[in-house]
Design a protein around this ligand. Sequence first.
Ligand SMILES: NC(=O)c1ccc[n+]([C@@H]2O[C@H](COP(=O)([O-])OP(=O)(O)OC[C@H]3O[C@@H](n4cnc5c(N)ncnc54)[C@H](O)[C@@H]3O)[C@@H](O)[C@H]2O)c1
Ligand SMILES: [Zn+2]
Length: 349
Amino acid sequence: MDLRFEFVRRQTSRVVIGRGTTAQLRERLDDAGLRGVVIVHDEALVALAERVAAALGGASRLPVPGHEALKDLRHVEAVVASLRSLGADRSTALLGLGGGSVTDFTGFLASIWLRGVPFVACPTTTLALCDAALGGKNGVDVDGRKNELGTIRQPELILGDVDWLTTLPDALYREGFVEVIKKAAVLDRERFAELERLLPALRARDASAAEAAITMAVAMKMAVVVADETERDRRRWLNFGHTIGHALESLAAGALRHGECVALGMLAECRAAGSSVPPGVAQSLETALRAIGAPTAIPRAFARVDELWALAQLDKKARHGQVPMIVPAELGRGVEVALTRESLARALD
Ligand SMILES: NC(=O)c1ccc[n+]([C@@H]2O[C@H](COP(=O)([O-])OP(=O)(O)OC[C@H]3O[C@@H](n4cnc5c(N)ncnc54)[C@H](O)[C@@H]3O)[C@@H](O)[C@H]2O)c1
Ligand SMILES: [Zn+2]
Protein backbone atom coordinates (compact mmCIF):
# COMPACT_ATOMS: atom_id res chain seq x y z
CA MET A 1 0.00 0.00 0.00
CA ASP A 2 1.21 3.48 -0.77
CA LEU A 3 -1.19 6.13 0.36
CA ARG A 4 -0.80 9.81 0.77
CA PHE A 5 -2.67 11.92 3.34
CA GLU A 6 -2.54 15.68 3.41
CA PHE A 7 -3.26 17.55 6.62
CA VAL A 8 -4.21 21.17 6.50
CA ARG A 9 -4.67 22.80 9.84
CA ARG A 10 -6.78 25.92 9.94
CA GLN A 11 -6.72 28.07 12.99
CA THR A 12 -8.14 31.40 13.96
CA SER A 13 -6.16 33.75 16.12
CA ARG A 14 -7.95 36.77 17.50
CA VAL A 15 -6.05 39.96 18.42
CA VAL A 16 -7.77 42.44 20.73
CA ILE A 17 -5.74 45.46 21.82
CA GLY A 18 -7.06 48.72 23.19
CA ARG A 19 -7.77 50.65 26.36
CA GLY A 20 -9.85 48.94 29.01
CA THR A 21 -9.89 45.58 27.21
CA THR A 22 -9.32 43.76 30.53
CA ALA A 23 -13.07 44.03 31.10
CA GLN A 24 -13.68 42.07 27.89
CA LEU A 25 -11.49 39.10 28.80
CA ARG A 26 -14.24 36.75 30.00
CA GLU A 27 -16.42 37.42 26.99
CA ARG A 28 -13.53 37.01 24.53
CA LEU A 29 -12.55 33.69 26.09
CA ASP A 30 -16.16 32.51 25.94
CA ASP A 31 -16.24 33.49 22.25
CA ALA A 32 -13.18 31.33 21.70
CA GLY A 33 -14.86 28.44 23.54
CA LEU A 34 -12.39 28.61 26.43
CA ARG A 35 -13.65 27.94 29.97
CA GLY A 36 -10.99 26.95 32.50
CA VAL A 37 -7.93 29.19 32.60
CA VAL A 38 -4.68 29.23 34.53
CA ILE A 39 -2.84 32.55 34.57
CA VAL A 40 0.94 32.15 34.26
CA HIS A 41 2.19 35.61 35.16
CA ASP A 42 5.28 37.67 35.88
CA GLU A 43 5.76 37.49 39.64
CA ALA A 44 6.42 41.26 39.60
CA LEU A 45 2.88 41.86 38.31
CA VAL A 46 0.78 40.40 41.13
CA ALA A 47 -1.67 43.31 41.37
CA LEU A 48 -2.30 43.19 37.63
CA ALA A 49 -2.66 39.40 37.68
CA GLU A 50 -5.26 39.72 40.42
CA ARG A 51 -7.21 42.23 38.31
CA VAL A 52 -7.06 39.86 35.35
CA ALA A 53 -8.20 36.93 37.53
CA ALA A 54 -11.10 39.03 38.82
CA ALA A 55 -12.08 40.00 35.25
CA LEU A 56 -12.22 36.29 34.46
CA GLY A 57 -14.56 35.70 37.37
CA GLY A 58 -11.75 33.88 39.23
CA ALA A 59 -8.81 31.88 37.92
CA SER A 60 -5.77 30.19 39.45
CA ARG A 61 -2.50 32.10 39.21
CA LEU A 62 1.02 30.76 38.80
CA PRO A 63 3.66 33.43 39.39
CA VAL A 64 6.94 32.94 37.49
CA PRO A 65 10.11 35.03 37.03
CA GLY A 66 9.43 37.75 34.43
CA HIS A 67 12.76 37.82 32.64
CA GLU A 68 14.94 35.76 30.31
CA ALA A 69 15.95 33.25 33.03
CA LEU A 70 12.35 31.96 32.91
CA LYS A 71 12.96 30.52 29.43
CA ASP A 72 14.53 27.35 30.78
CA LEU A 73 13.38 23.72 30.87
CA ARG A 74 13.70 23.68 34.67
CA HIS A 75 10.88 26.20 34.83
CA VAL A 76 8.84 24.18 32.32
CA GLU A 77 9.02 21.18 34.65
CA ALA A 78 8.21 23.23 37.73
CA VAL A 79 5.13 24.83 36.13
CA VAL A 80 3.94 21.44 34.82
CA ALA A 81 4.05 20.11 38.40
CA SER A 82 2.02 23.12 39.59
CA LEU A 83 -0.54 22.66 36.80
CA ARG A 84 -0.99 19.05 37.86
CA SER A 85 -1.57 20.00 41.47
CA LEU A 86 -4.12 22.61 40.41
CA GLY A 87 -6.06 19.85 38.66
CA ALA A 88 -5.68 21.50 35.24
CA ASP A 89 -6.40 19.28 32.24
CA ARG A 90 -6.31 19.40 28.45
CA SER A 91 -9.32 21.71 28.31
CA THR A 92 -7.54 24.29 30.48
CA ALA A 93 -6.22 27.32 28.63
CA LEU A 94 -2.86 28.75 29.69
CA LEU A 95 -2.90 32.54 29.80
CA GLY A 96 0.57 34.11 29.72
CA LEU A 97 0.57 37.56 31.34
CA GLY A 98 3.85 39.46 31.16
CA GLY A 99 6.57 40.59 28.79
CA GLY A 100 7.99 38.56 25.91
CA SER A 101 9.78 36.18 28.25
CA VAL A 102 6.47 35.14 29.85
CA THR A 103 4.53 34.95 26.56
CA ASP A 104 7.36 32.97 24.86
CA PHE A 105 7.55 30.58 27.81
CA THR A 106 3.80 30.10 28.24
CA GLY A 107 3.24 29.66 24.50
CA PHE A 108 5.90 26.95 24.45
CA LEU A 109 4.41 25.21 27.46
CA ALA A 110 0.89 25.37 25.99
CA SER A 111 2.10 23.83 22.77
CA ILE A 112 3.72 20.80 24.45
CA TRP A 113 1.84 20.19 27.72
CA LEU A 114 -0.54 17.22 27.20
CA ARG A 115 0.40 17.55 23.50
CA GLY A 116 -1.07 21.01 23.37
CA VAL A 117 -3.67 23.06 25.24
CA PRO A 118 -5.27 26.41 24.31
CA PHE A 119 -3.05 29.45 24.69
CA VAL A 120 -3.95 33.07 25.41
CA ALA A 121 -1.21 35.73 25.26
CA CYS A 122 -1.61 38.85 27.38
CA PRO A 123 1.49 40.94 26.64
CA THR A 124 2.37 43.68 29.14
CA THR A 125 5.40 45.34 27.55
CA THR A 126 5.42 47.39 24.35
CA LEU A 127 7.93 44.94 22.90
CA ALA A 128 5.66 41.98 23.60
CA LEU A 129 2.60 43.84 22.26
CA CYS A 130 4.36 44.99 19.09
CA ASP A 131 6.45 41.91 18.43
CA ALA A 132 7.06 38.97 20.79
CA ALA A 133 3.44 37.91 21.36
CA LEU A 134 2.65 38.10 17.62
CA GLY A 135 3.42 35.42 15.09
CA GLY A 136 3.26 32.30 17.24
CA LYS A 137 6.99 31.77 17.74
CA ASN A 138 7.84 30.70 21.26
CA GLY A 139 10.54 28.75 23.02
CA VAL A 140 13.10 28.35 25.75
CA ASP A 141 16.88 28.77 25.84
CA VAL A 142 19.39 25.93 26.22
CA ASP A 143 22.90 26.53 27.60
CA GLY A 144 22.58 30.23 26.86
CA ARG A 145 21.48 29.63 23.25
CA LYS A 146 18.32 31.68 22.76
CA ASN A 147 15.13 29.90 21.68
CA GLU A 148 16.96 26.67 20.89
CA LEU A 149 13.85 24.65 21.76
CA GLY A 150 10.61 26.04 20.47
CA THR A 151 7.53 25.58 18.35
CA ILE A 152 5.41 27.77 16.13
CA ARG A 153 1.91 27.85 17.46
CA GLN A 154 -0.58 30.69 17.09
CA PRO A 155 -2.42 31.68 20.27
CA GLU A 156 -6.23 31.36 20.23
CA LEU A 157 -6.36 34.92 21.58
CA ILE A 158 -3.93 37.79 22.03
CA LEU A 159 -5.41 40.39 24.32
CA GLY A 160 -3.59 43.49 25.49
CA ASP A 161 -4.76 46.47 27.49
CA VAL A 162 -2.85 49.71 26.85
CA ASP A 163 -3.57 50.67 30.46
CA TRP A 164 -1.24 47.85 31.59
CA LEU A 165 1.71 49.83 30.20
CA THR A 166 1.54 52.68 32.71
CA THR A 167 3.87 50.92 35.17
CA LEU A 168 6.65 50.36 32.59
CA PRO A 169 9.84 52.38 33.05
CA ASP A 170 10.61 54.74 30.12
CA ALA A 171 13.41 52.65 28.60
CA LEU A 172 11.17 49.57 28.42
CA TYR A 173 8.24 51.62 27.16
CA ARG A 174 10.28 53.05 24.24
CA GLU A 175 11.73 49.71 23.28
CA GLY A 176 8.71 48.30 21.47
CA PHE A 177 8.25 51.43 19.41
CA VAL A 178 11.81 51.16 18.05
CA GLU A 179 10.66 47.85 16.52
CA VAL A 180 7.58 49.56 15.06
CA ILE A 181 9.80 52.21 13.44
CA LYS A 182 11.88 49.33 12.06
CA LYS A 183 8.87 47.47 10.66
CA ALA A 184 7.49 50.57 8.95
CA ALA A 185 10.92 51.51 7.55
CA VAL A 186 11.13 48.27 5.53
CA LEU A 187 7.46 47.39 5.04
CA ASP A 188 5.25 50.44 4.81
CA ARG A 189 6.09 53.99 3.75
CA GLU A 190 2.66 55.40 4.66
CA ARG A 191 2.73 53.93 8.13
CA PHE A 192 6.23 55.33 8.58
CA ALA A 193 4.89 58.81 7.86
CA GLU A 194 1.95 58.24 10.23
CA LEU A 195 4.36 57.09 12.91
CA GLU A 196 6.52 60.20 12.42
CA ARG A 197 3.47 62.30 13.28
CA LEU A 198 2.76 60.20 16.39
CA LEU A 199 6.29 60.23 17.83
CA PRO A 200 6.06 63.31 20.10
CA ALA A 201 2.85 61.96 21.67
CA LEU A 202 4.37 58.50 21.97
CA ARG A 203 7.38 59.90 23.75
CA ALA A 204 5.02 61.72 26.13
CA ARG A 205 3.38 58.31 26.74
CA ASP A 206 0.01 59.30 25.39
CA ALA A 207 -2.25 56.24 25.53
CA SER A 208 -4.09 56.83 22.24
CA ALA A 209 -0.80 57.31 20.40
CA ALA A 210 0.43 54.05 21.94
CA GLU A 211 -2.73 52.27 20.83
CA ALA A 212 -2.35 53.61 17.28
CA ALA A 213 1.32 52.57 17.05
CA ILE A 214 0.64 49.09 18.48
CA THR A 215 -2.22 48.65 16.02
CA MET A 216 0.19 49.45 13.17
CA ALA A 217 2.69 46.93 14.52
CA VAL A 218 0.03 44.21 14.71
CA ALA A 219 -1.16 44.92 11.16
CA MET A 220 2.37 44.90 9.73
CA LYS A 221 3.63 41.83 11.55
CA MET A 222 0.50 39.71 11.16
CA ALA A 223 0.30 40.48 7.42
CA VAL A 224 3.78 39.01 7.04
CA VAL A 225 3.07 36.04 9.32
CA VAL A 226 -0.24 35.08 7.67
CA ALA A 227 1.34 35.21 4.23
CA ASP A 228 4.50 33.45 5.41
CA GLU A 229 4.75 31.04 2.49
CA THR A 230 4.60 33.75 -0.13
CA GLU A 231 6.24 36.45 1.92
CA ARG A 232 9.53 34.88 3.00
CA ASP A 233 11.33 37.96 1.70
CA ARG A 234 9.26 40.38 3.67
CA ARG A 235 9.60 38.30 6.81
CA ARG A 236 13.37 38.46 6.35
CA TRP A 237 13.19 42.21 5.95
CA LEU A 238 12.16 42.38 9.60
CA ASN A 239 15.80 41.57 10.41
CA PHE A 240 16.72 45.16 9.59
CA GLY A 241 18.88 46.52 12.42
CA HIS A 242 19.41 43.06 13.92
CA THR A 243 22.68 42.04 12.21
CA ILE A 244 24.84 44.73 13.82
CA GLY A 245 22.23 45.11 16.58
CA HIS A 246 22.59 41.51 17.83
CA ALA A 247 26.40 41.74 17.68
CA LEU A 248 26.22 44.90 19.77
CA GLU A 249 23.77 43.30 22.20
CA SER A 250 26.15 40.36 22.77
CA LEU A 251 29.17 42.63 23.16
CA ALA A 252 27.35 44.91 25.60
CA ALA A 253 26.39 41.84 27.69
CA GLY A 254 23.36 43.42 29.32
CA ALA A 255 24.56 47.04 29.36
CA LEU A 256 22.31 47.91 26.38
CA ARG A 257 18.71 46.84 25.92
CA HIS A 258 17.55 44.97 22.79
CA GLY A 259 15.60 48.00 21.49
CA GLU A 260 18.60 50.28 21.97
CA CYS A 261 20.79 47.84 20.03
CA VAL A 262 18.24 47.64 17.21
CA ALA A 263 18.08 51.46 17.01
CA LEU A 264 21.88 51.69 16.88
CA GLY A 265 22.02 48.68 14.55
CA MET A 266 19.60 50.22 12.04
CA LEU A 267 21.64 53.42 11.79
CA ALA A 268 24.98 51.58 11.60
CA GLU A 269 23.63 49.20 8.93
CA CYS A 270 22.47 52.18 6.84
CA ARG A 271 25.97 53.68 7.06
CA ALA A 272 27.58 50.32 6.25
CA ALA A 273 25.29 49.84 3.24
CA GLY A 274 26.68 53.02 1.65
CA SER A 275 24.84 54.08 -1.50
CA SER A 276 22.23 51.27 -1.17
CA VAL A 277 20.41 53.47 1.36
CA PRO A 278 19.46 56.96 0.13
CA PRO A 279 20.75 59.65 2.54
CA GLY A 280 17.22 60.96 3.08
CA VAL A 281 16.08 57.56 4.37
CA ALA A 282 18.90 57.31 6.90
CA GLN A 283 18.16 60.87 8.00
CA SER A 284 14.43 60.18 8.49
CA LEU A 285 15.25 57.12 10.54
CA GLU A 286 17.68 58.99 12.74
CA THR A 287 15.16 61.78 13.31
CA ALA A 288 12.44 59.27 14.21
CA LEU A 289 14.66 57.36 16.63
CA ARG A 290 15.79 60.58 18.28
CA ALA A 291 12.14 61.66 18.61
CA ILE A 292 11.22 58.49 20.50
CA GLY A 293 14.26 58.96 22.76
CA ALA A 294 16.31 56.02 21.46
CA PRO A 295 20.11 56.29 21.36
CA THR A 296 21.63 57.20 17.98
CA ALA A 297 25.37 57.00 18.68
CA ILE A 298 27.11 53.73 19.60
CA PRO A 299 28.86 54.23 22.96
CA ARG A 300 32.66 54.41 22.41
CA ALA A 301 33.20 51.43 24.70
CA PHE A 302 31.26 49.17 22.30
CA ALA A 303 32.41 50.56 18.93
CA ARG A 304 34.98 47.77 18.65
CA VAL A 305 35.31 46.58 15.03
CA ASP A 306 37.12 43.28 15.57
CA GLU A 307 34.82 42.01 18.29
CA LEU A 308 31.64 43.16 16.55
CA TRP A 309 32.80 41.61 13.29
CA ALA A 310 33.58 38.28 15.00
CA LEU A 311 30.10 38.33 16.57
CA ALA A 312 28.35 39.31 13.31
CA GLN A 313 30.00 36.35 11.57
CA LEU A 314 28.32 33.96 13.99
CA ASP A 315 25.15 34.78 12.03
CA LYS A 316 23.70 31.59 10.54
CA LYS A 317 23.69 33.10 7.07
CA ALA A 318 27.31 34.33 7.08
CA ARG A 319 29.65 32.99 4.41
CA HIS A 320 32.98 33.91 2.77
CA GLY A 321 33.68 36.94 4.91
CA GLN A 322 30.26 38.45 4.20
CA VAL A 323 27.17 38.65 6.36
CA PRO A 324 23.85 39.31 4.60
CA MET A 325 21.83 42.13 6.12
CA ILE A 326 18.63 43.98 5.25
CA VAL A 327 18.42 47.75 4.83
CA PRO A 328 15.68 50.01 3.40
CA ALA A 329 16.31 50.70 -0.30
CA GLU A 330 13.58 53.30 0.14
CA LEU A 331 11.12 53.85 2.99
CA GLY A 332 8.80 50.83 2.93
CA ARG A 333 11.01 48.43 0.96
CA GLY A 334 13.90 46.28 2.19
CA VAL A 335 16.85 45.01 0.19
CA GLU A 336 19.56 42.51 1.07
CA VAL A 337 23.14 43.77 1.01
CA ALA A 338 26.41 42.30 2.32
CA LEU A 339 28.11 43.47 5.48
CA THR A 340 31.90 43.14 5.32
CA ARG A 341 34.58 43.93 7.86
CA GLU A 342 35.44 47.07 5.87
CA SER A 343 31.87 48.36 5.69
CA LEU A 344 31.38 47.63 9.40
CA ALA A 345 34.55 49.61 10.20
CA ARG A 346 33.21 52.50 8.09
CA ALA A 347 29.86 52.37 9.94
CA LEU A 348 31.58 52.61 13.32
CA ASP A 349 33.83 55.50 12.36
N1 LIG B 1 8.54 35.21 19.89
C1 LIG B 1 8.98 36.23 19.19
O1 LIG B 1 8.68 36.37 18.00
C2 LIG B 1 9.83 37.25 19.88
C3 LIG B 1 10.13 38.46 19.27
C4 LIG B 1 10.88 39.40 19.98
C5 LIG B 1 11.31 39.12 21.28
N2 LIG B 1 11.01 37.91 21.84
C6 LIG B 1 11.44 37.57 23.20
O2 LIG B 1 10.86 38.49 24.12
C7 LIG B 1 11.68 38.50 25.30
C8 LIG B 1 11.84 39.94 25.76
O3 LIG B 1 10.59 40.46 26.08
P1 LIG B 1 10.40 41.84 26.87
O4 LIG B 1 11.25 42.88 26.26
O5 LIG B 1 8.96 42.07 26.97
O6 LIG B 1 11.11 41.59 28.25
P2 LIG B 1 10.79 40.72 29.56
O7 LIG B 1 9.67 39.79 29.39
O8 LIG B 1 12.10 40.16 29.97
O9 LIG B 1 10.35 41.86 30.60
C9 LIG B 1 11.23 42.93 30.87
C10 LIG B 1 10.96 43.52 32.24
O10 LIG B 1 9.72 44.20 32.25
C11 LIG B 1 9.00 43.90 33.43
N3 LIG B 1 7.58 44.15 33.11
C12 LIG B 1 6.80 43.47 32.23
N4 LIG B 1 5.60 44.07 32.12
C13 LIG B 1 5.61 45.14 32.95
C14 LIG B 1 4.66 46.15 33.27
N5 LIG B 1 3.46 46.21 32.67
N6 LIG B 1 5.02 47.09 34.17
C15 LIG B 1 6.25 47.07 34.75
N7 LIG B 1 7.18 46.15 34.47
C16 LIG B 1 6.87 45.19 33.59
C17 LIG B 1 9.39 42.49 33.73
O11 LIG B 1 9.18 42.16 35.07
C18 LIG B 1 10.88 42.50 33.36
O12 LIG B 1 11.64 43.00 34.44
C19 LIG B 1 12.97 37.80 24.93
O13 LIG B 1 13.02 36.52 25.51
C20 LIG B 1 12.91 37.67 23.42
O14 LIG B 1 13.58 36.53 22.95
C21 LIG B 1 10.28 37.00 21.16
ZN1 LIG C 1 14.11 42.70 17.75
